[in-house]
Each structure stands twice: as C-alpha cells, then as structure tokens.
Design a protein around this ligand. Structure first.
Ligand code: ADP
Ligand code: MG
Length: 448
C-alpha cells in the first residue's frame, strides 16, 4: 500500500477524531510501510508517536481494516529511525528556537502590585495566601489555586506575586502566562516540531503561573500536556500558581485527574466585593488620580454613591472612575452627584440590581397576603390565581428569563400557561387602575 492509499483512509478518520485532532495528529503521519500485518508510520518526534499510539492507534487500525487492508498492529517511528531515506531529508528541518528562553512569559502589568491591592473581607484570604507564596519560602502548598468571578483581582494578585518574587529573588525563573497562551505555544510547538523544546522550557522554571486555566477545559491535547507539565514541576518541588473563574471541581470539561490534582494544594476564592472594599478601592484610585489632575474636586458622597451602585466588578468600577475624571477635567467642573449620574448613566443602568423570580414571588405574595407556597402550588381560585399571574407578568418584565424558565419556577408550569398569565395581566391593566397602581408599586419595590 502506498502513502496515497493511506491518504484516502486518513480522510475517513477526520470524521472520527474531529478536525483539530485530525490536523494536529493524523495529517502529519506518513505511511512508511505495510508488511506482515504491521503498518509503520513516520512521525516527527517520539513524543508525537507516543501520543498518537496512545490516543489514535485503535482508530487507525480499525479504519485500515475497514478499507480492506489486513493490519494487526500499527507502529510509529521518528523519521530518523524510519526506513532509510536520502540523508538530506531524514531530519525534520530545524526551525528557529521557540523564543528567547529568558523571557518566555506574558508581560507583567507594573500597576498590579501588592501595594496597589486593597484588602478587604472578601479577598483577605486570597491576599494572605498570595503574600505568603510571594515571600518565596519553602513550598508548602502546591498549587496555589485562586478562583473567583470576573474582575475580582485574580490577575492582579498573580502579577503581584511575580513582581514580588522577582524583586526578592532575581535569579528565580518565574513564568507567568494565561492558559490560552499556554495552548497557543503548545500548538505552535507541535506545528514547528519543537515539542521537546516546549517541554524543556516549561519544566525548567522555578515558578509557573497559569492564569484563567478554565480556558483549556475541553481542549484535550492541551490538557494532557498541561497535566504532564504540572506533574513534572510538582515532582521537582517547584511552585505552581493557578487561577480560574470557578473552583477546580466545577470547571466543566476538565479531566477528573486534573481537577483532583488542582485540589491538592491550597484552594482559595475571591468573593464578590462588598461595599467597604469597593469604597476602599475607589479611595485608593482617587488618591492616584489626584497626583495627575491636581485641582480636581469631588463632592462628598460621590464615592459612596458609586460604591453602592456599581457592585458588578472592580473593572467596571475603575472604568467608571476613569471616565468621570476625564470628563470632569475636560469640562473643568467639580465632580458632583449630578455630574456623576449624567456622565455614568449607561454604567449605572447596567449595574442596576438584578431582580430574581423568587423575590418577585415573595413580594407579590406579601402584597396580596397569600402564602408563598400557593404562588407555585396548583390552586385555581381567583384570589390566588390573579396574584400568581401578576408575579408571572413581573417575572417576564423584570428578568431576562425565558417563558419555559419562568414556568419551571412556578411549580413546573408549561410556558403557554405563563404566556396566558402575562397576556391576562396586560389586558386587565388598561382598564383596572387599582391593578396598574399595584404593578407600579411592586416594580418600584423590586427594583429598589
Ligand atoms: P480578574 O483577573 O479576577 O478578572 P483583575 O485582576 O484583572 O481581575 O482585576 C480587574 C481590575 O480591578 C484590575 O485593574 C485590578 O487592578 C483591579 N482590582 C481588583 N481587585 C482589586 C483590589 N482588591 N484592589 C485594587 N484593585 C483591584
Ligand atoms: Mg484575569
């Protein structure tokens, strides 16, 4: 059988293994011989061969047999060890090295230091763990796993650790990068046949920091490589710091063994900010801005207002403040509450408190004096059915839930029932001023 024959079979494999696997692992294979039931393939590196053997040998075997070839075994050998070829073409061409080995990570943001990190109740544990790690003592927990929602300071803390380590121990090889960059480099190394360089690089650092590790969930070969890197470093007693947007056990699409590995060290979370922390962060930023715009004035209560109203995340909070200062310095006015509300109308609107269906049900049943359980129960008497429809209507109006979703929260009712309820209230509202007053009041109550 010729390599052309193999190419036909290969095409079939694309459907089985998926496009990414196909391009990375199957396409580069060259059939170098088929004798006595053994199909031999030339592979770029022995790592590549091991990988394909472990993950795809079965499929390759099946597909070859299905195509009428009698194959009992498949073998993989690097091109150098494969059937003799003219010397000039045996070795894979050597491309340029991956990059300068001394600075292989992502750049660090010079503003993200421990000094500029405001500590409060929601982040004190994560901060303490990061501090401890940055002191660079013996490795006591490995990995340090930081998790929390968007914009709560994970990246900031990681950069702070890296800065601190670098200051205290300049000889330490600290490598910080995002999981996405890890994957990108891995794929690039495969493509350029430099997987050995890649492995060497990642196994030679003293501290490895991988940000947003949830990114590699579901990316099988990258996960696998990450797992090996991780183990190799832990075995050498090298420190690892990982961040993610949720706890290790909750990352969907991440292999179990990786999850359990990640749980082995110290797992700490950054909680959503509270009012005090937000105010603290704002005050710190204002101090910083004052060094830039000296004669800027802020009216009392403005920072408190922002800390109260913008509770989504710190990034939004910072963005709001930046815009406010830029605007005020342009128009040369003091930052008052009015100016703040004008200038940040869109941000404030987007940060409006989100109302939940449960809250709506509770408030409506309180208002009409019925039991909460009747709200979702089966009773059809008007005194209960009407408030229930009102709650359905408000759920449709004030939340972004779909009708089936709302139905589920009303005791598993069908979405057509919800639609009927919503329409009913819309109809009644126009002629019933008591009802429309009630609705107005309930809305105000719920939206705070
Ligand atoms: P994450 O990586 O968790 O999404 P970041 O670390 O990128 O969040 O933080 C978003 C922004 O908020 C950054 O500019 C960061 O400096 C700032 N920030 C977050 N938490 C704090 C904090 N406790 N003190 C000061 N700045 C903070
Ligand atoms: Mg981040």
């Amino acid at each position: 059988m010729t390599n052309e024959g193999w190419v036909e079979i290969r095409e079939d494999l694309r459907k089985r293994v998926g496009k990414d696997n196909y391009v990375t692992w199957i396409e580069p294979l060259k059939l170098s011989g088929l004798t006595n039931g053994v199909a031999s393939f030339a592979v770029p590196t022995s790592f590549f061969g091991d990988w394909v053997k472990r993950n795809f040998a079965e499929h390759i075997l099946n597909h070859m047999n299905r195509a009428g070839k009698e194959v009992e075994r498949v073998e993989f050998a690097t091109e150098r060890n494969a059937a003799p070829q003219p010397a000039a073409t045996t070795a894979a061409p050597r491309k340029k090295p991956i990059e300068d080995k001394d600075v292989p990570g992502a750049p660090l943001d010079s503003r993200f230091t421990f000094d500029s990190f405001v500590v409060g109740k929601p982040n004190e544990l994560a901060h303490a763990a990061a501090r401890r790690m940055a002191e660079g003592g013996p490795v006591t927990f490995n990995p340090l796993f930081l998790y929390g929602g968007v914009g709560l300071g994970k990246t900031h803390l990681m950069h702070a650790i890296a800065h601190e380590l670098q200051t205290r121990q300049p000889e330490l090889r600290v490598l910080y990068l995002s999981a996405e960059q890890f994957m990108y480099r891995f794929v690039q190394a495969l493509r350029e046949r430099q997987i050995m360089d890649f492995k060497e690089l990642f196994r030679s650092v003293d501290v490895l920091m991988v940000d947003d590790v949830q990114f590699i969930a579901g990316k099988d070969s990258t996960q696998e490589e990450f797992f090996h890197t991780f183990n190799a470093l832990v075995d050498q007693n090298k420190q690892i710091v990982i961040s993610a947007d949720c706890a290790p056990g909750e990352i969907k699409g991440l292999e179990e063994r990786i999850k359990s590995r990640l749980q082995c060290g110290l797992v700490v979370d950054l909680h959503p900010t509270d009012y005090e922390l937000r105010l603290g962060i704002l005050q710190q930023k204002v101090e910083f801005y004052h060094t830039q715009y000296r004669d800027l004035k802020i009216a009392p209560g403005v920072l408190e207002f922002l800390a109260h109203r913008i509770s989504t995340n710190v990034r939004v909070l910072e963005g709001a403040l930046t815009r406010l200062f830029a605007f005020a310095s342009l128009v040369g006015r003091e930052i008052t509450l009015d100016l703040t509300q004008d200038c940040l109308a869109d941000i404030l609107r987007a940060s409006d408190r989100k109302v939940t269906i449960e809250e709506i049900q509770r408030k409506v049943s309180e208002h009409y004096n019925i039991r909460l359980s009747d709200m979702i129960g089966p009773k059809r008497v008007r005194t209960i059915a009407r408030p229930r429809q009102i709650a359905m209507y408000l759920s449709k109006q004030l939340t972004s839930r779909s009708l089936p979703d709302i139905g589920r929260r009303f005791g598993g009712r069908d979405h057509t029932t919800i639609m009927h309820g919503v329409r009913k209230i819309e109809e009644l509202m126009t002629g019933d001023s008591q009802l429309s007053d009630d609705l107005q009041m309930l809305k105000r109550l719920l939206q705070g």
